[in-house]
Design a protein around this ligand. Structure first.
Ligand code: PLP
Length: 424
C-alpha cells in the first residue's frame, strides 16, 4: 500500500525503520557525488587516441589547410560535413568552433542583445525588457546564462513531447519582450524527454508578438542513445526551412560528451541567413577556431559511422549505471508511492520526483550521509522549484559500485524525508 494511505501508527512505525536505514547508511562514512553530468574517466579513456591524432606529420586538413595557422573562421569543412550528416545540417550552415556550446549560446544571445537579430524589424534585445521561456525541469546553466545576460526567466511546464504549447502561446502572443525559448530536443537535461516532430512544428509555426523570436535548440544529447528504442533526431533546420519561419532556430551541439568535455568541438547551426548573421558578428572576435583540435576529431573518427560506433562504447559503459539506479529505486521505493523516476533511453540524467515539499530535505539528508546531489530547485529558473519535488541524478561519473551505493543511500533519504513530512 502507498505510504500516504497508511494509518498514522503504521507511518510512525515506518519512520523508525526509515531512520535506522538512514543512520546505517550514514555510518558507512561514504563520500559519493552524483551532482554533475560529467563523463566517467572510463568514458574519457575511450578518446585516449584523440590526444595523439595530430602530429608534426599530419597537421594538414584533407583540403590542404595548414591547421596550425590562423584562419578558417567557419571551422574545418570536413569536420562540418561529418557532424552535419550526424545532426542533419548542411555543412554550409554549420560552424565548428571552440570547446563549448554554452559559449556559442552566450555569443548568440550577446549578439542579439547588442545588435538585434537578422530580422528586418529587430532592435537590440538589450534596448528593452527581455524574457526567455524556460521549460521545466530544465538545464540550470541555460537559466543561469540567460539570467546573467539580463533576461527574465519565465517558467513553462512541459510533457513527454516538449513544452506545453498552450502556456507557450499565452506567453508569446502579446508580449514582444519574449524573445526565445530554451529547448533540449533529445534526451533532455534532466527529464530525458525528446521533443516530438508535431511539437517542433508547433514551435516553428507559433505566432509571436516578437518578430525575432528564436528557438534555442540545444542538441547536447542528440547522439547519446543508451538503449532501444532510439529517439529520432529531428531535421529541425529542414523543418524550419519548410515552415513560414525559416530563421526561427539556432541550433547548438558539441562533442563535450562524445570525446573530451574540456577539449571538444562545439557547433552552431541556423538558416543560411542567420548563419551569415552569426558569422558576421563572430568575425571581429576571432581569426579562427582551434583547427588542430578539429583535425584531431576528424582523424579520430574518420567517418560519421566512426562517431556512431564511439557512442555505442559510451552506452556500454553508461547504461549499467542507469539500470542500477532504476533497479535500486524500484527495490527500495517501488511500492511506497512516494517517488517516481524517469528511465530515459539516452542522455545523462535521471529525474527523481519525490513527495512535494521534501526535495530539499532529501538533498540535505543525503549530503549529511555522504551523497552529494544537485541542489533541490536547480532544475528551475532562479533555483526555485515551487513544488520542492524534483531531484536530478547524474549517474555517469562515479563507478558502478559507487552509483549503486549512492542510489541505495538516496532511497533511504527519500523514505525518511517522506515519513517525516507525512507525520509533520
Ligand atoms: N547543454 C546541455 C543541455 C547540457 O546538459 C550541457 C552540459 O551538461 C551543455 C550544454 C554544456 O555544453 P558544452 O560543454 O558544449 O558547453
Amino acid at each position: 500500500m502507498a505510504l500516504v494511505d497508511l494509518p498514522r501508527p503504521d507511518i510512525e512505525a515506518g519512520l523508525e525503520s526509515a531512520h535506522r536505514a538512514y543512520e546505517e547508511f550514514a555510518a558507512r562514512g561514504l563520500s559519493l557525488d552524483i551532482t554533475r553530468g560529467k563523463p566517467g574517466s572510463d568514458q574519457l579513456d575511450l578518446s585516449a587516441d584523440l590526444l595523439t591524432a595530430v602530429t608534426a606529420e599530419n597537421y594538414r586538413a584533407p583540403d590542404g589547410t595548414d591547421t596550425r595557422n590562423y584562419g578558417g573562421l567557419d571551422g574545418l569543412l570536413e569536420l562540418r560535413e561529418m557532424f552535419g550528416e550526424l545532426f542533419s545540417v548542411p555543412a554550409s550552415q554549420l560552424l565548428a568552433q571552440g570547446n563549448s556550446s554554452l559559449t556559442l549560446m552566450s555569443q548568440a544571445l550577446v549578439f542579439a542583445s547588442l545588435f538585434g537579430t537578422a530580422d528586418e524589424d529587430s532592435v537590440p534585445w538589450a534596448s528593452g525588457p527581455r524574457r526567455i521561456l524556460c521549460p521545466v525541469p530544465g538545464y540550470d546553466r541555460h537559466f543561469g546564462l540567460a539570467e546573467a545576460l539580463g533576461f527574465e526567466l519565465v517558467t513553462v511546464p512541459q510533457d513527454d513531447e516538449g513544452p506545453d504549447m498552450d502556456a507557450v502561446r499565452a506567453l508569446t502572443a502579446e508580449d514582444p519582450s519574449v524573445k526565445g525559448i530554451w529547448i533540449v530536443p533529445m534526451y533532455s537535461n534532466p527529464t530525458g524527454i525528446t521533443v516530438s516532430e508535431a511539437r517542433a512544428k508547433e514551435l516553428l509555426d507559433l505566432e509571436t508578438a516578437a518578430p525575432d523570436f528564436r528557438i534555442l535548440w540545444d542538441n547536447a544529447y542528440g547522439l547519446h542513445h543508451l538503449r532501444e528504442p532510439h529517439a529520432a533526431l529531428l531535421d529541425i533546420l529542414g523543418l524550419a526551412a519548410a515552415s513560414s519561419r525559416p530563421d526561427r532556430v539556432w541550433m547548438f551541439a558539441s562533442t563535450s560528451k562524445i570525446t573530451l568535455p574540456g577539449a571538444g568541438v562545439a557547433f552552431f547551426a541556423a538558416s543560411p541567413r542567420d548563419t551569415d548573421w552569426f558569422r558576421k558578428h563572430l568575425s571581429p572576435t576571432s581569426i579562427g577556431p582551434d583547427k588542430v583540435n578539429q583535425l584531431r576529431h576528424l582523424h579520430f573518427f574518420g567517418t560519421p559511422d566512426g562517431v556512431r560506433a564511439h557512442m555505442e562504447k559510451h552506452a556500454a559503459l553508461v547504461l549499467p549505471k542507469f539500470e542500477a539506479v532504476e533497479r535500486i529505486l524500484a527495490e527500495e521505493l517501488g511500492d511506497l508511492g512516494i517517488a517516481t523516476w524517469t528511465a530515459p533511453n539516452g542522455g545523462y540524467f535521471i529525474t527523481l520526483t519525490v513527495l512535494p515539499g521534501t526535495a530539499d530535505r532529501v538533498v540535505k539528508l543525503a549530503a549529511e550521509a555522504g551523497v552529494k546531489l544537485t541542489p533541490a530547485g536547480a532544475t528551475h529558473p532562479y533555483g526555485l522549484d515551487p513544488d520542492n519535488a524534483v531531484i536530478r541524478i547524474a549517474p555517469t561519473m562515479p563507478s558502478l559500485d559507487e552509483v549503486e551505493q549512492a542510489a541505495r543511500g538516496l532511497a533511504a533519504c527519500v523514505r525518511l524525508a517522506a515519513h517525516e513530512a507525512l507525520l509533520a
